[in-house]
Ligand binder design. Structure first.
Ligand code: GAP
Length: 431
């Protein structure tokens, strides 16, 4: 994991937040290549769950919601961890991690009794900080979709089964964040709420588990690093009847990437009860009103980015050197093309390379770099997963051809400048 953290910093993928002030612990900023990777991941998800299906609508609900939402959802009552504090070193521990130990694992000090600690961040709306203005940063994006269920029925008139999808920030005051971007207090979720007839729920749950599992495989995660793990009854969230996690074999062990749950009619019924609005679905054919069940595939953007980084990281021996390469899937690679002049002291070569880069930028995410010798420039691009490096050399000036180098095979081909765009379009066609 240390190698991934160091690569992320060295190459501008992920930085510690507020680093100039010593950093805010367990909070991370995505740099120039990181934001591209993250955006590509979100685009791939949106394409797979919204654009390629005809039963899912996209949404983008607000982070701040009416406080009653959290009363209805059960988060005010149930969304807490039991924690103990060390009376000496003041460190805070999740009771579950202590496994009944009575002394502090760090300093041997005395621990307080385990107490519930609500994971929601509180804030105040408006200038007056009193309880009547207290609101919360959402701990999941899901509720923004449940409370819009009726709006979607009225505006789009969908028939069951149908779903809503959104990507957005969520906040949890985690007691034990850590493992780089794996568990943080501010993170992004990509969630689907799929409304089904109660009698179809078990079947749809299985379909969604398979659909989401294949998505990770399709974008290149190695099969041996991915598994499905059904939850035991004692692990289920307060709203779930069944849940299966898709887990990835991270350097710190198998851990959850995404949970796919059968939330039953819990959420719609709760919001109907607390808001006083009828949130039932009317089935025209059967002439009956009922609360649909909800199947929820809920994944983490940051966790997925981390899994794809870990999975793609390779060290290869090349002659006497070690090449670090991020073999990311072409749809995820932050940069598709790099244009590199072989001689940076020859204005004709530099000028032509810059022109080629400028032309390619209209079609692909392209960078231009002339700040080192070619070997060094190749290594830099390999480390951020750039798919094709194009070099412009003396011969290019005569034959109007460039060298195109493939990231994974390192094989090189001479391609004419005129057919370069077509060549790359074919290679990079979206999956
Ligand atoms: N709406 C259901 C829900 O929020 P969850 O299992 O608590 O379920 C879903 O969260 C996903 O969100 C997780 O599988 C994980 O990928 C991501 N996630 C949850 N807590 C996180 C945290 N503290 N840091 C990073 N990602 C987190």
């Amino acid at each position: 994991m240390d190698k991934i953290v160091s690569l992320c910093k060295r190459r501008g993928l992920i930085f510690q937040s507020s680093e100039v002030y010593g950093g805010l612990s367990n909070t991370w900023d995505y740099g120039p290549y990181g934001v591209e990777l993250k955006n590509n991941l979100k685009k791939a998800w949106w394409k797979s769950v919204v654009y390629e299906r005809d039963d899912i609508f996209g949404m983008d609900a607000a982070i701040l919601m009416h406080p009653k939402v959290w009363e209805a959802s059960g988060h005010l009552e149930n969304f807490f961890d039991l924690k103990s504090d060390c009376k000496s070193c003041k460190k805070r521990f999740k009771a579950a991690d202590l496994q009944d130990k009575k002394i502090c694992p760090e300093c041997g000090g005395e621990l307080t009794e385990a107490r519930p600690f609500n994971l929601m961040f509180e804030t105040y709306q408006g200038p007056v900080k009193d309880d009547s203005n207290k609101i919360y940063l959402r701990p999941e994006t899901a509720q923004g979709m449940f409370v819009n269920f009726q709006n979607i029925l009225d505006s789009r008139h969908p028939k069951l089964p149908f779903g809503l999808a959104q990507i957005g920030k969520a906040f949890r005051n985690e007691i034990t964040p850590g493992n780089f971007t794996f568990r943080t207090r501010e993170f992004e979720q990509m969630e689907i709420e799929y409304f089904v007839k109660p009698s179809d729920a078990d079947k749809k749950l299985e379909e969604w588990i398979d659909y989401r599992f294949s998505w990770y495989l399709g974008l290149g995660l190695k099969k041996e690093n991915l598994r499905k793990r059904p939850h035991g009854k004692d692990e289920l969230a307060h709203y779930a009847k069944a849940c299966t996690d898709i887990e990835y074999n991270f350097p710190f062990g198998w851990s959850e990437l995404e949970g796919i749950a059968n939330r039953t009619d819990f959420d719609l019924k709760q919001h109907a009860k607390v808001s006083g609005k009828d949130l039932q679905y009317f089935d025209d054919a059967a002439k009956e009103r009922f609360y649909p069940y909800i199947i929820e595939p809920s994944g983490g953007v940051d966790r997925s980015v981390l899994a794809f980084l870990v999975d793609a990281y390779k060290e290869e021996k090349v002659k006497d050197d070690t090449r670090v390469v991020l073999s990311l899937h072409k749809d995820l690679a932050p940069t598709k093309v790099a244009v590199l002049p072989l001689l940076r002291n020859r204005p004709e070569i530099v000028g032509l390379a810059k022109k080629i880069a400028q032309d390619l930028k209209k079609s692909f995410v392209t960078v231009y770099d002339d700040t080192g010798a070619i070997g060094k420039l190749y290594r830099r691009q390999d480390e951020v997963g750039t798919l094709y490096c194009i070099t412009v050399d003396v011969q290019t000036l005569e034959d109007k051809q460039v060298t195109v180098r493939d990231r994974d095979t390192m094989q090189q081909e001479r391609i004419s400048i005129d057919s370069l765009k077509k060549y790359l379009l074919e290679k990079l066609a979206c999956s």
